[in-house]
Design a binder for this molecule. Structure first.
Ligand SMILES: Nc1nc2c(ncn2[C@@H]2O[C@H](COP(=O)(O)OP(=O)(O)OP(=O)(O)O)[C@@H](O)[C@H]2O)c(=O)[nH]1
Ligand SMILES: [Mg+2]
Length: 195
């Protein structure tokens, strides 16, 4: 599929099913803990500075944000998990919103699940990966912030993450940085393959 990635815009924000776009364009959702770089990933992939709003402050993205890419596909930016400063009620609301999208959305082709290359995956990261595997949702693991680790240590960090996740070698694993843009072409290849 030929996609002009420069032709991108925010389409709408949603909290539940009734707000989702009503067509059959394929969607790729972003998942990962708050602050891992989901919105930055979208901006990098689309060569835009702040189309998906980013912040050094966790919890920036609070709705399901649908981005139209050239009327051919969409990215869905999902609020991050593991943000400590939210109430139990808000966490439950978040859980229902994400679960409804991930388990019922027919447009969903794959989830790009982001983890921080610098750290072992959190319990939430492991749970998210297990959830996606359980529902047989195709997953692309993107280990981000690679620019913060010297290249000579990438392998060691990649192995540690795979081990902790109980990574299925038939899934994609991509080292990525929104700063250096390493992994961008590979990520596009993996995504286009899923559409
Ligand atoms: N060095 C470096 N910093 C990054 C990278 N990706 C994201 N960041 C920074 O990490 C912070 C969080 O990035 P966001 O893209 O807003 O993270 P998010 O996952 O969308 O966060 P929420 O919306 O809170 O869930 C920002 O300060 C980014 O500039 C990266 O690849 N390298
Ligand atoms: Mg965000």
């Amino acid at each position: 599929m030929e996609i002009n990635t420069h032709n991108a815009e925010i389409l709408l924000s949603a909290t539940n099913k009734s707000h989702y776009p009503q067509d059959d364009l394929p969607e790729i959702a972003l998942a990962g803990r708050s602050n891992v770089g989901k919105s930055s990933f979208i901006n990098t992939m689309l060569n835009r500075k702040n189309l998906a709003r980013t912040s050094g402050k966790p919890g920036k993205t609070q709705l399901l944000n649908f981005f139209n890419i050239d009327d051919k596909m969409r990215f869905v930016d999902v609020p991050g998990y593991g943000y400590a400063r939210v109430s139990k009620k808000e966490r439950e609301k978040w859980g229902r919103m994400i679960e409804e999208y991930l388990t019922t959305r027919e447009n969903l082709r794959a989830v790009v699940s982001l983890v921080d290359l610098r750290h072992d995956p959190s319990a939430d990261d492991v749970q998210m990966y297990e959830f996606l595997k359980y529902y047989e949702i195709p997953v692309i693991i993107v280990a981000t912030k690679a620019d913060k680790i010297p290249r000579g240590k990438w392998n060691k960090h990649e192995s540690a993450i795979k081990k902790k996740l109980n990574f299925d070698p038939s899934d994609d694993f991509i080292l990525f940085s929104s700063v250096s843009k390493v992994g961008m072409d590979q990520a596009w290849d993996a995504i286009l393959e899923k559409l």
